[in-house]
Design a protein around this ligand. Structure first.
Ligand code: GTP
Ligand code: MG
Length: 313
């Protein structure tokens, strides 16, 4: 940590740092670890994040607003193209770009492609973040650090920092914040004290349902799932000390043949998704919830502009 950030006379800083990288690189897990609370859903399936999610880190001397983005990938659908556009718009607007590269995978064409695009954004400092360091030994980590340094040199720019972190092992996570903060502009706080995200509750609820629905599904199905909360209403006629919130949500899939998998034998799978997500929703909202889930087909929604609009993309 530099003397400047420790000094009580240091000016207050506030600004935006985005996390970009390939799908599954650990961007959302890192965002949650820095914020200290789950603001973005995560999963072992690639392309989990589908919109930018802001997570806010509060320090006495700074407010660091993290912008978690969808993984940048070779698009195969209109949804994929839209997600990539979101990433490119985001990195053009932030104060610092954090490029996440998993320690347990050698740099691939996907990483190089992203680095090349980043090289073109001259004005914004770029920090390379080596994620998932708990999965590798120190020799492998050293090789990765060298490869990442080499990559920027080949492309004619320098990383402001190269930081190895483990969000799961809680290693160097707060150091990363220490290194990002000096790269933010001088500014008063941009969000009220205590706010951890600006995600609307309805969106967070839908995401928690999608996260539960993603668990255990394979192949194309994770990509086919979308969730929309239709209504959240306090149940009438409940005593003040025993409130209940009724939540009605639709789980969309793309083909009638996928319906059976999502619902499961005798509806058990959908029931499990409901039970699991309800726990997280109740923790988020701080109130008991009755969750009503319906599975609907939105035919080929990932490729259909009209359906995408309906689903909020
Ligand atoms: N061992 C280990 N696993 C991690 C770490 N960070 C993330 N993961 C795992 O990596 C997988 C992907 O994590 P996400 O945070 O969803 O990745 P992402 O980059 O946000 O992925 P997209 O939203 O699809 O672009 C999940 O299974 C995480 O549990 C880490 O520090 N250590
Ligand atoms: Mg993500």
């Amino acid at each position: 940590m530099s003397a400047r950030t420790q000094s009580s006379e240091a000016p207050h800083r506030a600004g935006f740092a985005c996390f970009v990288g390939r799908p599954n690189a650990g961007k959302s897990t890192l965002t949650n670890a820095l914020v200290g609370q789950k603001v973005a859903i995560t999963s072992s399936r690639p392309q989990t994040t589908r919109h930018t999610v802001r997570g806010i880190v509060h320090r006495p001397e700074a407010q660091l607003i993290l912008v978690d983005t969808p993984g940048l990938h070779k698009p195969r659908t209109l949804l994929g193209e839209r997600l990539n556009d979101v990433v490119r718009t985001t990195w053009a607007e932030v104060d610092v770009i954090g490029f996440c590269l998993p320690a347990d995978q050698k740099l691939g064409p996907g990483d190089k492609f992203i680095a090349k695009e980043l090289a073109g954004i001259k004005k914004t400092p770029k920090v390379a973040i080596v994620t998932k360091t708990d999965l590798v030994d120190s020799k492998r980590l050293a090789e990765q650090l060298i490869a990442i340094d080499q990559l920027s040199k080949e492309l004619g720019f320098e990383w402001q920092e190269i930081v190895p972190v483990s969000a799961v092992g809680d290693q160097q996570v707060s150091l990363l914040a220490d290194l990002l903060i000096p790269l933010l502009p001088e500014s008063p706080p941009l969000y009220p004290e205590g706010d951890l995200t600006d995600e609307p509750e309805m969106v967070m609820v839908a995401e928690l349902i999608r996260e539960a629905a993603l668990e255990g599904v394979r192949d194309e199905l994770p990509h086919s799932i979308a969730v929309v909360v239709e209504e959240m209403l306090p149940r009438e006629d409940r005593p003040a000390d025993k409130p209940l919130l009724d939540i009605h949500a639709n789980v969309y899939i793309e083909r009638p043949s996928q319906k059976g998998i999502i619902i499961g034998p005798k509806g058990q799978r959908l029931k499990d998704v409901g039970t699991k997500s309800r726990k997280h929703i109740e923790a988020l909202l701080g109130t008991p919830v009755f969750l009503d889930l319906h599975v609907k087909v939105a035919k080929d929604w990932q490729r259909d502009p009209k359906q995408l609009r309906k689903l909020g993309f």
